[in-house]
Write a protein that binds this ligand. Sequence first.
Ligand code: LLP
Length: 434
Amino acid sequence: MDVPPSRVFVMREGALHAEGVDLRALAEATGTPTWVYSARAVDAAYDAVDDAMRAASGGDHVIAYAIKANGNLALLRRLGARGCGADIVSGGELARVLRARIDPAKVVFSGVGKTRDELAAALSAGIKAIHVESASELRALAEVARDRGVVADFAFRVNPDVDAKTHPYIATGLHDTKFGLELDAARDLLAGVSSEPALRLIGVACHIGSQLETSAPLREAVAILARFGLELETAGFPLTHLDVGGGWPMEYGCEDAAFPGAEAFGAAIAGGLADAGAEARLTSAGGDWTLFTEPGRSLVGAAGLLLSRVVYVKDQGTKRFVIVDGAMSELIRPALYEAYHAVTPVVPREGKARVVDVVGPVCESGDFLALGRALPPVDEGDLVAVLGAGAYGREMSSAYNARPPAAEVLVDGDAWRVVRRRATPADLWALEEH
Ligand code: LLP
């Protein structure tokens, strides 16, 4: 493997560190399992996308962080303070970004099943645009806007039918997915939009999928999107934004080679705009289009790890099981997608590596964090870190087996603080005993 297990968390003086913080000391103080995030790694990831988008847009752009990757308020506040916007997919996420004081003018709302209540809340908040994904949703939006006596700014999230060449569960831009509108379906809605004063079409958006291994599909999708944008303008709908979606990849530590850098994805976006002959529509060129993108995992994924302690080591059948106190209830990605996350002891011991399964205490055979993984010797009581866990980790976690959700810690230089306290059993039953 050519890609190191982590570029963020490094071994120093025999122990894994998050920035200046020794993870042994952190585990002593917080207990385990605990999510650990590096604030500076998030900053650096943000800067990389920001630079690439500046190059692609000539300046004016919005990074609408897909907060579904990790909506912890401390992370949202940190990103928001740097000018970051948000891509949201629920009323809960709307409330969260407002709580974190992310600028509503930089918030877009995606998702195939927005309820009327969610649409109304988004209109009240004055977000940039609702990204409409069906004819029925557009009808609902018009009704809600009319009832409230407001004009709803919206974009079509279109489905450019470009193969993102990624895991089927995270490819979203093909014909047979539930996401987006076919271009022709969007075209069919235009007459209705023109005659509905409560609707204002101001943008186009797409998201072809996550974890793009090369930038070529993005270029293809952006060209289709930008051509469609130009077509809408010719049809009499002046646009203010073009949203190219997410897909910026992150390394999980199992790749044979490093992914192209953010600049390659920025160049692909610029290339797609050029292919469509749409560069002049960008605000930097005197046009009206602000370029949006919706990175999720690339901003936070590599910046996070799950810190766990080995409870028992058990040899059974042909296998050795390393049973840790973190589980699928924390990180479900391995069970759900057979996703790879690098696992490393916090204090590696001398000795021969051995192939083990790293599993949790949850009563499911699917409760594993790593299968058939060669690890240096680990003993009961040792700490292990599951890497690349900052995105879709805590966010997809559950309290299955009445396991109280783990604490989250944000490290910044030599300092760290708990940004979500560990839940207690009483937190879990509080909603039942009210
Ligand atoms: N924009 C839209 C409209 C999306 O649907 C998504 C992800 C993103 C942006 C952000 O994608 P990213 O940059 O993070 O790749 N739970 C899965 C991921 C589901 C992603 C769904 N949509 C996982 O753990 O890999």
